[in-house]
Design a protein around this ligand. Sequence first.
Ligand SMILES: C[S@@+](CC[C@H](N)C(=O)[O-])C[C@H]1O[C@@H](n2cnc3c(N)ncnc32)[C@H](O)[C@@H]1O
Length: 306
Amino acid sequence: MPPESPAHVPVLRDTVLRWLAPRSGGRYVDGTFGRGGHTKAILEAAPGARVLGLDKDPEAAPAAAALAAGEPRFRFLAGDFSELGSALDRVGWDLVDGILLDLGLSSPQLETPERGFSLRHDGPLDMRFDPGSGETAAELLDRLEEREIADLLFGMGERRSRAIAWRIVGRRPLRTTGDLRAAVIAAVGPRRGRIDPATRTFLAVRSAVNREPQVLAAALHEAPGRLRREGVLAVISYHSGEDRPVKHAFRRLAEEPRFELGTRRPIRPDEDESGANRRSRSACLRILRRIEDAPGEIVRPDGDGR
Ligand SMILES: C[S@@+](CC[C@H](N)C(=O)[O-])C[C@H]1O[C@@H](n2cnc3c(N)ncnc32)[C@H](O)[C@@H]1O
């Protein structure tokens, strides 16, 4: 039997629920289904609520299929949350009551060496959320010029970006996560503090492989306009490169009369949660709420729409 993948504990679960405040008849989108922790919480919180789950990782599909088999209020579409609009059109939903994006990696992705995300386990240098499409991390690092690699790392806040890029290029082709980590350590030396010296490099490469900034920008452009009045967009990010565009997009939108910020400051897990779940430590939740209908917008009554 294959080893069981580690369970994923949904981050800021109760806080997300408080903000989404699921109601019977409400429609919610979980744009990052993962193993469905937040989806299940929404379905349990309001007996008449419906959830559309999206995830681009094919390994999310079995958990989604198992949930959908026993729960008619849940539907799953394999795909990218940047295509939120077409997913909603496919299920016949115009406006929705809540959209959640819980960015980053699920525990099974992080802990499965074959996915190539892990700093701790050696595996193929892949890092694609959808292993069926696009360039792997190894292919990307083979293709880019040294200066482009340095820019990528610098963009993620890596101060030793040039030295690391030089080592990466000198050791090409890199084939495993261990090769990449070793190149970083050759450039900057071994771990001194709590944080692995290759953390920022891994984040930068993963972000580039999955075009994360572009995908997030597309979702932030699309999602607010699909909220019903009183609808909430909740985004959980895990590093400043993810949080910054969310902060700026939400602040800009809150200048319009139809939106307001849930809180001025990001919401973080309390000590109990960050003590119990390491993954939650860097989490940062931002909330945008729609408070007015757009002029001329037709809000459809609560039809079934499935
Ligand atoms: C942090 S996990 C979500 C965990 C989930 N909230 C739970 O409780 O199980 C992030 C998930 O988002 C998915 N993902 C990342 N980028 C995506 C994208 N652009 N479109 C759809 N899913 C994406 C990943 O495959 C991963 O399963």
